[in-house]
Design a protein. Structure first.
Length: 255
């Protein structure tokens, strides 16, 4: 099965969003960083537990069993809880994923919730078998979307995050060109509605989704207008300018 290099999502706004899929290499880099953090935290907790051992003496002969139980529970929380906690609170990212510019998202582009984060990370118990994430790597190789078992269960995928800078199209307005006039007669009513829908709903979108959608709609409209401008402000300003100029035309008033 040939893997895909990107995730394509068709949105109700009549545009296709594309997110580059994360491969084993970038995910392994994120894992190394997260594992280093986990080892450091585990080392600190081990020191704390060692200092607290005298306090367990009141349990009598079962004190060693309590110490082992605490160590096992702490290890489980550190390993599995670490990923679930950060992905649920950092919008699909752990410190390692943030460094590697990766993000976990739903198959349809929506942000993951706490349930998704817990579900995909509990399956690490199976993904890491028999050793070194053997099951997980096999699933990634066999999946078109580079999914491990936990991703299949939670309906998630790991993508390369597009930063605001990277999401900007090569077609943007110069700061001193904010008053440039466009031939908005080339814009269709459907394209105007696409722009309006995005501008009205953009504040409700996840930042990554908003940036990607703005970039792709801007590129589509800019190509239609045959413009090639660069720099600030961002692509949303371009859409605002086109929308404002279209509204001022007789075509808009007669629509």
């Amino acid at each position: 099965m040939e893997p895909l290099d990107k995730l394509t999502i068709d949105t109700p706004e009549q545009t296709a969003l594309e997110f580059p899929l994360a491969g084993i290499g970038s995910r392994f880099l994120a894992m190394i960083i997260d594992t280093a953090i986990q080892i450091f935290v585990a080392f600190i907790l081990l020191i704390v537990l060692a200092l607290a051992v005298p306090a367990l003496r009141f349990f009598g002969s079962v004190a060693p069993q309590w110490a082992v139980a605490i160590m096992i529970a702490s290890g489980f929380v550190i390993y599995y809880g670490y990923f679930a906690f950060f992905e649920a609170t950092w919008n699909g990212q752990t410190p390692g994923k943030r460094y590697a510019q990766l993000r976990v998202m739903k198959d349809d582009g929506r942000p993951i919730n706490a349930y998704d984060a817990i579900a995909r990370n509990l399956l690490r118990i199976v993904d890491q078998l028999p050793a070194f994430y053997g099951v997980g790597m096999i699933c990634v190789f066999l999946s078109k979307q580079n999914k491990r078992l936990g991703d299949f269960v939670a309906g998630t995928v790991v993508v390369h995050e597009k930063t605001v800078e990277a999401a900007r199209p090569f077609l943007e307005i110069r700061q001193d060109d904010s008053g440039v006039a466009y031939d908005v007669s080339r814009i269709t009513i459907d394209e105007l509605r696409l722009i309006e829908t995005f501008l009205q709903r953009r504040d409700t979108f996840d930042p990554a989704l908003r940036g990607s959608m703005a970039a792709q709609i801007s590129s589509r409209i800019a190509q239609k207008l045959e413009v090639q401008v660069h720099g600030w402000p961002a692509n949303e300003k371009f859409l605002e300018s086109v929308h404002s100029q279209y509204r001022a035309t007789s075509r808009y008033r007669n629509a």
